[in-house]
Write a protein that binds this ligand. Structure first.
Ligand code: CAP
Ligand code: MG
Length: 412
């Protein structure tokens, strides 16, 4: 590239070098602009260009991006590695998903996918454990791990929250999980909840002989998250939960660095992701958000339910496959299916997504007509039946709790 005008950022003969980051965008050019015009502006504004052709001499490093493929509403852009501060995810996103999201040259623009080159990818920590948590911390090596969020999601007293944990753990659930709206409020303080829940966890472990754990929501500012992570580790927990979109990727990186010292796994909740990924023509796809989560080092992330639950989903199976595929030797991520799940959704869910995941149900356990303990048993019975190659509906005939759940909610 020689100059620094928009046209300098398009070259359809260009072959990206292996060390370049390649981003796929869907774009709708503004009226009066061709795809080429818009592509040049996207590549320019996301690297070293601006709205005016520059006359500043040549004393600068050429870190310009190149739009090298222009399709029907899609473009591919290659970014030189020198554009990036290695190991700094906010900086990378300020480039490839920054000002361009609001530029007038496009009516809409969506970052759909990224191909992460080895050196840039390895400059991030990646997951400390990934899917290995199922055998490192739980007894769920050969089946989906099961989690539950007490409901109502906020408002329960600490005592009742911990009791619900006990009822669920002893019913066959592996992981108690805080809701995203629950951190440290007056009705259920963080320290008391963690202490009392782990007391119940120890009892449940003794009674069942299985390892149980708790996904403790530490989401806050970075310093508070580190203190809360230490508290969890000191109480004998192995997991913290971070709401990664609301807290921000720089904060996730800091938590990842800190949790390495304490050997804690990170459960990523993704509240607010839909503000980025819900529109199919604009924003940042869940696929890319999941990629960022893996690079910055979470061990689990919610990726949806293959549209079986209560929330809109983007290609859950494709995202999960990416999370568990090879990425320059980096650990994988264990996907979490959550949102409106119940025992009657287990069979189609596991058919669609496989069994290397966490199945999380809140209402689908605590809404069981006979309460939490029965609801936990019903979910576990459904999963155990599936793992034994049996039909969940048939298993409902010989397992009371499952039978009641299927009666209540039906089977998909
Ligand atoms: C699920 C949940 C989770 C969502 C998050 C809720 O509860 O606790 O936050 O699943 O969405 O508050 O809705 P239920 P996603 O099991 O009672 O539905 O997993 O898609 O990120
Ligand atoms: Mg929730």
């Amino acid at each position: 590239m020689t100059g620094i005008a928009y046209a300098d950022f398009v070259d359809t003969d260009y072959q990206p070098a292996p060390e370049e980051l390649v981003c796929d965008f869907a774009i709708e050019p503004a009226s009066g602009l061709s795809m080429e015009d818009a592509a040049g502006r996207v590549a320019s504004e996301s690297s070293n260009g601006t709205w005016a052709a520059l006359a500043v001499g040549d004393d600068f490093t050429d870190v310009g991006a190149t739009a090298f493929e222009i399709g029907d509403g899609t473009i591919r852009v290659a970014y030189p590695e020198t554009l990036f501060e290695f190991g700094n995810m906010p900086q990378a996103l300020s480039c490839v998903a920054g000002n361009i999201m609001g530029m007038k040259a496009v009516d809409s623009i969506r970052l759909q996918d990224c191909s992460w080159p080895a050196d840039l990818a390895r400059s991030f920590r990646g997951p400390q454990f990934g899917s290995a948590v199922k055998e490192a911390f739980l007894d769920a090596e050969d089946r989906p791990a099961l989690a539950t969020v007490p409901k109502p999601k906020v408002g329960l007293s600490t005592k009742r929250h911990a009791e619900i944990g006990y009822e669920a753990w002893t019913g066959g659930i592996d992981l108690l999980k805080d809701d995203e709206n629950l951190t440290d409020q007056s009705f259920n303080s963080f320290a008391d909840r963690v202490t009392e829940s782990f007391e119940m966890r120890d009892r449940a472990e003794e009674e069942t002989g299985d390892r149980k754990d708790y996904l403790v929501n530490i989401t806050a500012d970075v310093e508070t998250m580190k203190e809360r992570a230490d508290f969890v580790a000191d109480q004998g927990g192995n997991f913290v939960m971070v709401d990664v979109i609301t807290t921000g990727w720089g904060a996730v990186q800091s938590v990842r660095e800190h949790t390495e010292k304490r050997g804690l796994a990170i459960h990523a909740h993704r509240a607010m992701h839909a503000a980025f990924d819900r529109l199919s023509h604009h924003g940042v796809s869940m696929r890319v958000l999941a990629q960022i989560a893996r690079l910055t080092g979470v061990d689990h992330i919610h990726t949806g339910t293959a549209n079986l639950g209560k929330l809109e989903n983007e290609d859950t199976a494709g995202i999960n496959e990416w999370l568990q595929s090879d990425l320059h030797g980096m650990n994988d991520v264990l996907p979490v299916a959550s949102g409106g799940l119940h025992p009657g959704t287990v069979e189609p869910l596991l058919d669609a997504l496989g069994t290397d995941l966490i199945v999380q149900a809140g209402g689908g356990i605590h809404g069981h007509p006979d309460g939490t303990h029965a609801g936990a048993k019903a979910l576990r019975q459904a999963v155990d039946a599936y793992m034994a190659g049996k039909s969940v509906t048939e298993a409902g005939e010989s397992h009371d709790e499952l039978g009641r759940a299927l009666e209540e909610w039906g089977a998909e």
